[in-house]
Write a protein that binds this ligand. Structure first.
Ligand SMILES: Nc1ncnc2c1ncn2[C@@H]1O[C@H](COP(=O)(O)OP(=O)(O)O)[C@@H](O)[C@H]1O
Ligand SMILES: Cc1ncsc1CCOP(=O)(O)O
Ligand SMILES: [Mg+2]
Length: 264
């Protein structure tokens, strides 16, 4: 499995897929840079006049509802609809699901276009499956990944999506499959947008990888091993964020093989 995942990483580096992102103001620059660092080609575009055409030329679409507003919601729906019609792989990041009814209504509509992958923290996955009535605190999780496995299975059954629950352990739920990934570093929770970065990177991997669960596992392992290695030599979140781009860019197969921890 580990060798297979490294092959997917190399594939992204050589094929350089065009990844269309409709994401939030907080992370736009960071996620574009992370996509470039792993070898993909990002484009951020949300104008109603061009969204459908953009989905047509890209190899994958990323929709992230972090800083929703009326105009962007329409862009997201146009894009998700087009991806579904054109059979393009697309990933949904339900940032802050359950925090407000506006987010939930928008997410309900987006889910109807059957995202290839859904990636969120445990609170968001729980809210999305409407299995808990508690309010999400905001964009950060108040639950553990394990608590959301049933919710992820429900979402998979309902929408056919591969579901990635992020946290200290990342869990990937797909058809008859549950993978657990144990890389990463707690300092990652102190840098905004690393969940969004995970989502964008998965977007690049589903563009070039047929097996969606493997694509997600390769993407998450790449990000988390890079952070883990960088975290050893940094003083705090600021330098983690900066050095992460370098490590995403130059991570070697030896480093990957020596550090990857998963159960498939
Ligand atoms: N306590 C932790 N230890 C190691 N890695 C973590 C931890 N918490 C989150 N991560 C990693 O940080 C990234 C973002 O996850 P998370 O914080 O759950 O997302 P979000 O930012 O959307 O809430 C994921 O790649 C995840 O594996
Ligand atoms: C803080 C914040 N507010 C709206 S979007 C956003 C970024 C959330 O990023 P992540 O979910 O990756 O931590
Ligand atoms: Mg998030």
């Amino acid at each position: 499995m580990e060798q297979l995942l490294w092959k997917h990483i190399q594939n992204v580096r050589t094929k350089s897929p065009l990844v269309h992102n409709i994401t939030n103001y907080v992370v736009m620059n960071n996620t574009a840079n992370a996509l470039l660092a792993i070898g993909a080609s990002p484009i951020m575009a949300h104008a109603h006049q061009e969204v459908e055409e953009m989905v047509n030329i890209c190899q994958a679409l990323v929709i992230n509802i972090g800083t929703l507003d009326e105009y962007w919601t329409v862009s997201m729906i146009q894009a998700a609809k087009a991806a579904n019609r054109l059979n393009k792989p697309w990933i949904l990041d339900p940032v802050g699901a359950g925090a407000t009814s506006y987010r939930d209504t928008t997410l309900e509509y987006l889910l109807s276009f059957r995202p290839t992958v859904i990636r969120g923290n445990a609170s968001e996955i729980l809210a999305l499956a409407k299995l808990n009535q508690e309010k999400t605190k905001g964009v950060d999780s108040t639950a553990q990944s394990n608590d959301a496995v049933q919710a992820a299975q429900y979402l998979h059954k309902q929408f056919g999506s591969t579901v990635c629950i992020s946290g200290e352990t990342d869990i990937i739920v797909a058809e008859g499959k549950e993978m657990r990934l144990f890389n990463g570093n707690a300092l990652m929770t102190k840098v905004t947008g690393l969940g969004c970065t995970a989502t964008a990177i998965i977007g690049a991997f589903i563009a070039v990888t047929e097996n969606v669960a493997e694509a997600a596992a390769a993407a998450i392992s790449l990000l988390n091993i890079a952070c883990e290695l960088v975290a050893k030599n940094v003083e705090g979140p600021g330098s983690l964020q900066m050095h992460l781009l370098d490590k995403l860019y130059n991570l070697t197969q030896t480093e990957f093989d020596q550090h990857i921890k998963l159960s498939a």
